[in-house]
Write a protein that binds this ligand. Structure first.
Ligand SMILES: [Mn+2]
Length: 363
């Protein structure tokens, strides 16, 4: 944990005396909280996580979550009353002149609370530093993502055998979530997307009361969490023999993904990976129909900082985990996306999701 804490401070302005993270009420939990405290379970609503540049990591918690807190890697200070909590926190924060807070993750009332607990300190938003630190995963983080990717991949491979004509999108989504949890995931990483027919042309469709029909393009974008860490995969299938345009759409997207993967290595830039994928699509009859970026960072959050997009500077470094997900969307008809998760290495990348990605027609 000391190494993690020092790594965080090395990504933040030099003159920060401490960083304080706080969760709001669920679902307004800050993923920086488990990151800086090393906790795996617990909500810690209203608790304080405090780290200092010497590598110290402390959780101030009530007895309610003391056991969860002790399962993590931080020192635990337990309070019994609100007065007690204030005394412990004030004491811990005393003497700090500049305290970092995670701007994108802290709710307003908690921000005011930190200011009350350390009235003479200046609060500095270190959100960018925390995000930069989180972009590079350590071995333990990669291990959790790897397990989440393995589960999502096995479930992706089960989809062809699971699909039935007339099945509703929400039934398929529920089935995917259930199967991921049966394999040990703590839950879905985000609202599972099962899109049939025209729905598959909406990149962020959810799962609705729409039935699977002959000739449909069926797109599934889903992932799970393992000890807080996410996977994110997309596979697209065809119900019955695909028409020529569907077949072409799949071939072009698959080629775009191969082109993107071919450029990935430490030292490359995310915008060039994006350009490689986009060039394949824009040279085809589907020109201009990839309406999103090629990939994004993945970790404690599904969009964990960093994007591979046009004109977006993202130097790739070993330890980053990114999605590679080109897609083509023909409005009103259907879309194809193929998404995998990769770990950037010195030599290139390691594919973390290994589900079959050949074109599959469901008979
Ligand atoms: Mn996805």
């Amino acid at each position: 944990m000391k190494e993690r804490v020092r790594w965080i401070f090395s990504n933040c302005p030099k003159d920060i005396d401490a960083i304080v993270v706080m969760n709001g009420e669920e679902p307004l939990l800050d993923v920086a909280f488990p990151y800086v405290t090393g906790t795996r379970a617990g909500l810690f609503e209203g608790c304080l996580g405090v780290i200092t540049p010497d590598g110290r990591s402390v959780i101030i918690t009530s007895a309610l979550e003391e056991t969860s807190a002790r399962g993590g890697k931080a020192e635990v200070l337990t309070y019994s009353t609100a007065q007690d909590r204030r005394a412990i926190a004030t004491d811990l924060l005393r003497g700090f002149r500049r305290i970092g807070i995670n701007g994108p993750g802290i709710v307003h009332t908690n921000y005011l609370e930190v200011q009350r607990l350390a009235p003479s300190a200046e609060l500095v938003d270190v959100g960018e530093g925390l995000e930069a630190a989180r972009m590079i995963k350590d071995r333990e983080e990669v291990g959790r993502i790897r397990r989440a990717c393995r589960i999502a991949s096995r479930v992706a491979d089960e989809i062809p055998g699971m699909l039935r004509r007339g099945m509703k999108e929400y039934e398929a989504a529920a089935e995917l979530d259930y199967r991921m949890m049966r394999m040990g995931a703590s839950g879905a990483a985000f609202g599972t997307n099962a899109s049939f027919g025209a729905s598959s042309a909406e990149p962020h469709h959810g799962a609705e009361d729409i039935a699977l029909r002959e000739g449909d393009t069926a797109l599934f974008d889903f992932g799970c969490k393992v000890e807080g860490y996410c996977s994110d995969i997309t596979r697209t299938f065809f119900l019955g023999e695909p028409e020529d345009w569907q077949r072409r759409m799949y071939q072009v997207v698959a080629e775009a993904q191969r082109a993107a993967l071919g450029t990935i290595r430490a030292g490359a830039n995310g915008r060039d990976v994006d350009a490689a994928a986009r060039a394949v699509i824009d040279a085809s009859e589907f020109k201009g129909l990839m309406v999103h970026s090629t990939g994004h960072g993945l970790g404690l959050s599904v969009h964990d900082g960093g994007r591979m997009a046009p004109n977006h500077d993202l130097p790739l470094r070993p330890g980053m985990v990114l999605t590679v997900e080109p897609g083509v969307y023909v409005r009103g008809k259907g879309g194809v996306r193929i998404e995998d998760d990769v770990l950037i290495t010195e030599e290139g990348y390691e594919m973390l999701t290994d589900a079959d990605r050949t074109m599959r027609a469901i008979p």
